[in-house]
Design a protein around this ligand. Sequence first.
Ligand code: B12
Ligand code: SF4
Ligand code: SF4
Length: 395
Amino acid sequence: MDYTGSGEPFCIPLQHIMEMDSIREKLERLHRKARDLGFEGFGVARAESGVWALRYQEWVEKNFHGEMAYMARNPEKRSHPGEVLAGAKSVISLRMNYLTREKDLSFLEDRTTGDVSLYALNQDYHNVVLPRLKQLEAAIEREFPGRLTRAYVDTGPVLEKPLAEQAGLGWVGKHTNLVTEHEGSWYFLAEILVDVALPETSPAVDRCGTCQACIDICPTRAIVAPYVLDARRCISYLTIELKGVIPIEFRKAIGNRIYGCDDCQIVCPWNAYAVKTDATVFAGRSETWRLVDLMALDDETFRQRFKGSPIKRVKRRGFLRNVAVALGNSGDVAAVGPLTRALGDEEPLIRAHVVWALGELLGARALALFQEKIPDEADPWVTREVEDVRVRHPA
Ligand code: B12
Ligand code: SF4
Ligand code: SF4
């Protein structure tokens, strides 16, 4: 990496040149340390979000964040890294690959099996990346004693993608993920804010060109314009972030995706160059995702199976809600038994989606089943779904 710095005045005092040389050497050492810690990408940006801050604010005004209230909280912090760390001058931006296996759209063919996003097949990345970031932070402290730092991986009010673009790690593609020429987009981002002015790396250049494969493939039309995502429509949001009922209009399009979605990245031509990681922490689980088996998970088996996995974030009720939607889309009659048993689940969120799934699999015949199994159902989520089946599948 060439730390060229930017806009230095023509006539520079010798002492200043020596200071800059010393800072570049420190940065080279930090870059090497980051590589040893498993960060494949390393760059430096000025601690400013510029035009991105305005775009972010527009995004929130349009309510594209849906129920992710944290995205609307403290907009001044998210817009200005200097509000997150007083005196922040630079951001060291990092990326860590998580691709351990190829992925294509063939998961769509077997509807009795669920699809889980690649990033979630591994250990929770926050637990993997944060300790390494902390080690890099300690190395910064050694190079710049007494200076302030703040490290985040998805965890802080910062616009990670624009900062990474400024730091030259890749460009924000039309699907709104960061893409790197010859390395694709299957990686996590992280950053360390520092109150030292470090020489910046050159920003990345947008290479999407006329391509719009990600926009065309998106099952829910969530990329409402190039570079703009309405998160409320995105399957990643609907299956992970949304805590309540998944709007009916998106359920069919969700198909068999039960945790997140990778489609817009799968079709991105730059991912043909994606670099695989051999980091064992990201070795994907080799388990099967048979939907009828997942539907039978109780609290204990859910906890055991997803210990250390990001999936535990959505809790059993969120996960089985997603599994019920996928079963409704499976066309699998073998699912009727497990779904019928789940009508007695104590979680209304699960029962509500199970009602929808049975309506999809059995049509009007599901109504007799509801009459037999849940005659006294009183939860408004569930009764609304029963009513909806009645409307959509009149006897
Ligand atoms: C909220 C969030 C989500 C939300 C919203 C996604 C989004 N696009 O914002 C949901 C839940 C949908 C989501 C999904 C995913 N996420 Co997410 N998410 C975040 C989070 C926490 C904040 C992102 C953010 O700031 N959004 C706010 C909006 C305003 O940002 P934006 O979409 O980038 O919007 C920009 C554009 O609209 C642009 N813009 C607007 N108009 C215009 C016009 C032009 C001309 C241009 C050029 C740009 C432009 O400006 C906006 C400001 O940056 C970040 C971590 C972080 N702190 O940054 C992770 C993060 C972005 N997510 C990540 C991942 C891996 C995912 C998923 C791939 C997971 C999955 N497989 O299911 C999906 C991808 C979905 C997608 N197509 O984006 C990674 C991305 C890594 C990468 N390579 O980029 C991050 C960085 C986490 C991490 N630390 O690694 N995520
Ligand atoms: S993650 Fe899936 S739903 Fe979200 S924008 Fe990409 S293709 Fe669309
Ligand atoms: S699929 Fe095409 S438009 Fe979308 S991010 Fe990749 S290169 Fe850009």
